[in-house]
Design a protein around this ligand. Structure first.
Ligand code: PNS
Length: 159
């Protein structure tokens, strides 16, 4: 089975990494697909986001890191993916995730979306809040790996 784990990953957090490691042991192949959407307001370039994830998932032989443009289902078709993986943190995620999975299913009935409940330690974690905390000089070391922390800090200093 081939699974796709799509997202903005701006940047990747421990919450995303937890989902990735759990998927790596369940699927033959997992493609971490980073959305390269020009409309989205992102802090990290697509190259940086992909590089960070590659560095952090190096130890998993069945994980591929890639970027995609356009519709997720079109990318899923090209990659022969069977399943879309999304992490669910809290009830507040549910409405948006349900809507997305229903649209994806309507557009491409062969695809299934599977939700993994985020580890409780990370249920409050989001890339945008981590960036906000970092922008005010807060400690983000328990939210992102050291390599990501370093890059966030250098982005903020260089701003
Ligand atoms: O990490 P995010 O920002 O919550 O991820 C959202 C993502 C990338 C999964 C979603 O925006 C997406 O799939 N975008 C690609 C365009 C698309 O297929 N849109 C229709 C989905 S209903």
């Amino acid at each position: 089975m081939i699974a796709i784990y799509p997202g903005s990953f701006d940047p990747i957090t421990y919450g995303h990494l937890d989902i990735i490691s759990r998927c790596a042991s369940k699927f033959d192949k997992v493609i971490v697909a980073v959305l390269n959407n020009k409309n989205k307001n992102v802090v990290f370039s697509i190259e940086d986001r992909v590089a960070m994830i590659k560095e952090l998932t190096d130890k998993y032989p069945n994980i591929e890191v890639d970027s995609f443009n356009g519709l997720l289902i079109d990318y899923a078709k090209v990659k022969n993916a069977d399943i879309i993986i999304r992490g669910l943190r809290a009830v507040s995620d549910y409405e948006y995730e349900m809507q997305m999975s229903l649209y994806n299913k309507k557009l491409y009935p062969e695809i299934e979306t599977m939700f993994l409940v985020s580890k409780s330690t990370y249920s409050y974690l989001s890339s945008s809040i981590v960036k906000e905390i970092a922008s005010y000089g807060g400690d983000i070391s328990s939210f992102v790996p050291p390599t990501v922390e370093k890059r966030i800090k250098s982005k903020i200093v260089n701003k």
